[in-house]
Design a protein around this ligand. Sequence first.
Ligand code: KPL
Length: 311
Amino acid sequence: MPSGSQSPSTPSWTLLGCGALGGVFAALLTQSGQPTQVLLRERHRATLHPVIDFTGLDGQHGLISIARGFLADTPPIRRLLVMTKADQVIPALQPLIGKLDKQVPIVLLHNGMGVAERVAELFADNPIIAGVTSHGALQQGHFVFRHTGRGETWLGPVNEQGRQFAHLADRLAQALGQAGWDEQILARQWHKLAINCAINPLTALYRIKNGELTGPRFADTLQQICIEVADVMNAEGIATTYEELARRVQSVAGLTADNYSSMQQDLEQGKETEIEAITGFLLAKARLHGIMVPVNQGLYQAVKDRHQGES
Ligand code: KPL
């Protein structure tokens, strides 16, 4: 049976990647009445947790029952929501190549860029949808998650088939409070990339919360980062100015002031970071256009060195 064959009991959403943000989305989708199953790695089979321990933005704490599944068991899938780290998207989807029913939309929600196009090649018949989100999330233990910041979420089509799935934004909005559909999702992905290029490496390297970037200490560095990113974005045909990017960075750093960025959390825990899909993607595009991006290049190298030194 292909993964995707459905019956009325097929969960509304199937989630691949139950990290901090995945766990929070799984809890919020379930709370909104949209049954969600989480696909787990084989090694978790023996230690199945029947519930997610979830704390919402209002501090309300509860245990939420969520269906668990394993790819090896070819569970029925209605909509696939992929919330792994950028470098894990392709490995996580690999077992589904050639097996996923071609009607099933694949929604990709990860930091960084360059992955969606590869997924669209591997799943040429499926609707592919890319998204950006700025919700804050924290994983505090095994299946223990806390929603730490209300953000915005936007979805948009990566391929032609994806264009018919604007209603998925409404489904997400039921769970998140807001979610929108944007045919020009590439521009939103670039703007999110700019925010991640600025906030993630600095907070990770200096071991600080996002809010510390709103003070004068990092003003010059942030300005340089934004000037370089704006140059590359303009060369890519995404019209912007460094002032606009700097404003957005300050706004997100302020709204998520009390959060540690995902890269800060990854480096602190000795995990692989998303630097390749974030700053690495920017550097590759800069090279293509012959644009110098020395500040971003330095941050990229420093994050790589720190990870290597600590692992
Ligand atoms: O996307 C984020 C991340 O941490 O990866 C931001 C928006 C910077 C919030 O922390």
